[in-house]
Design a protein around this ligand. Structure first.
Ligand SMILES: Cc1ncc(COP(=O)(O)O)c(C=O)c1O
Length: 470
């Protein structure tokens, strides 16, 4: 719990408050500032003597959707209309995403996981094929290969950014040359080196499918000048997005695949809807399909097993309404990230921002801080608990997927030092558009205090804690 303002309405001086609460005057330093950030213990003691006098701040989760009244109205309009699913909102949302990222086609579906599965199906991956997946990602990236029976070749990542690199991709191919696809992940919204990855993949006929679930709104510079939008598929066959509430825009559950390939788009749409085909030119059962040379009006065929990964118009209406706010959301995310970077500077080398790839302009889904827990003298779990007691939610993105028991059993233990080093230090701090600058200061202040309270011997000796300034 935090306090927004000093409520000295009882006319008590700071020293009287301190005396009554059994605190030192020092513990109340800064109390009259709106950014005052007392310890949980100080707050508890103050609340005992003056209950209700302090306005507590809300809990800050690590991520959160931003829903306005017009989002609610857009969903309500669909509920009052004729189509709850597969209606005009889905098409309008697909068109909006395709236009925004600059792809020819966008196929909306029920989740980011469904988007990755559809992309795996549409690229023709099947049993026994091999797919390179960076070890630091969400489970769904690797699982999408398994959904179609393909095997996962886990690649190492850059220890500071968590991203697949040209070197780690090449090392994975050296270990397993017969690879059919690679799923680069734009971790936290930061684009992976797509030009390099595409160049390596192109030489070997490897399909590139971007896991862009974190990266709607991210861009990267091109070696030859100009910039590419993630999702434009300049260096890939397809890009898969997620619109889960914690992502850049929210649909509740929802996803999208973008591509510039018309045939791929057709396969995505087919697999999304049970494998049903309505194109008379493709019908195989002429005896059932046609009467007097014309296709029967009810007729459809299925040539491959498909799924129900359709998106409802209810969800699409929310997605479309949120798309109108993407630029504002991204601007705010970038501003918050800049503030975190600045505020955390004095805490280096104990705490550092995620490693940055030059030439990228991420939409920042996450703010990952890299913390030297051993040097700080506190475990990640204890730090997370301490921040939680201060009203701050954190998360770890991600446990390297090759360490999951399912994958260990399947492929045996693997040593990926970059992934291990990244994972040992990663902690995602709160980041979402509704956060104020003061919220960032509050998070950094709490982090600084928790590390200082933990002893952080080297931090104290080097005067690193207690120096964070807006
Ligand atoms: C990198 C990554 N890929 C895929 C997914 C799956 O998306 P969804 O939760 O929409 O199924 C997520 C979601 O957390 C993700 O973070």
């Amino acid at each position: 719990m935090r306090i927004r303002a000093f409520a000295g309405r009882r006319g008590l001086s700071k020293s009287r408050y301190a005396l009554k609460a059994g605190l030192t005057v020092n513990a109340l330093r800064g109390m009259d500032s709106p950014d005052w950030n007392p310890t949980a213990e100080t707050l508890r003691k103050l609340e005992e003597i003056i209950p209700g006098e302090f306005e507590a701040d809300a809990f800050l989760p690590y991520a959160r959707q931003s829903i306005d009244d017009d989002d609610v109205a857009a969903v309500a309009d669909v509920l009052r209309g004729d189509f709850l699913t597969t209606g005009p909102a889905v098409k309008a949302f697909e068109d909006a995403v395709a236009a925004r990222v600059g792809a020819r086609f966008a196929v909306c579906c029920s989740s980011g996981t469904a988007a990755l599965h559809l992309a795996a199906l549409a690229s023709g991956l099947g049993p026994g094929d091999r797919v390179v997946v960076p070890a630091v990602t969400f489970l769904a990236t690797a699982n999408a290969a398994r959904f179609v029976g393909s095997e996962v070749v886990f690649a190492d990542v850059d220890a500071d950014s968590g991203l697949l690199t040209a070197d780690s991709f090449t090392a994975a191919l050296d270990q397993e040359p017969d690879v059919k696809a690679v799923f680069p992940v734009h971790l936290g919204g930061q684009p992976a080196p797509m030009e390099d990855i595409a160049a390596i993949a192109g030489k070997r006929g490897i399909a590139v499918i971007e896991d862009a679930c974190h990266a709607l709104g991210s861009t990267y510079e091109l070696a030859g000048g100009g910039a590419a939008e993630v999702g434009a598929c300049r260096h890939s066959l397809m890009a898969a997005f997620s619109f889960h509430p914690v992502k850049t825009i929210a649909m509740g559950e929802g996803g999208m695949v973008t591509t510039n390939d018309e045939a791929v788009c057709g396969r995505l749409m087919e697999a999304r809807n049970h494998g049903m085909i309505h194109d008379a030119d493709a019908f195989e059962n002429a005896d059932l399909a046609f009467e007097g040379g014309a296709a029967n009006p009810w007729y459809y065929e299925m040539h491959r097993v498909g799924f129900n990964y359709r998106c409802s118009d209810i969800h699409a209406a929310l997605g479309l309404s949120q798309m109108g706010k993407l630029e504002r959301f991204v601007r705010r995310r970038r501003a918050l990230v800049e503030r975190y970077d600045r505020m955390l500077e004095p805490m280096a080398p104990l705490v550092r921002p995620l490693g940055r790839r030059p030439g990228t302009d991420p939409a920042w889904h996450l703010y990952v801080a890299l913390i030297d827990f051993a040097r700080a003298g506190i475990s990640r779990g204890r730090l997370m608990e301490s921040l939680r007691a201060d009203g701050i939610g954190t998360q770890v993105h991600y446990i390297p997927v090759h360490q999951q028991p399912y994958y260990r059993r399947r492929y045996g233990p693997r040593t990926l030092p970059g992934a291990d080093r990244y994972y040992a230090r990663a902690l995602s701090l709160p980041l979402f558009p509704a956060m104020s600058d003061g919220d960032v200061d509050r998070v950094v202040g709490a982090l600084d205090r928790a590390l200082g309270d933990a002893g952080a011997p080297s931090a104290k000796a080097e005067g690193m804690t207690g120096r964070v300034r807006p």
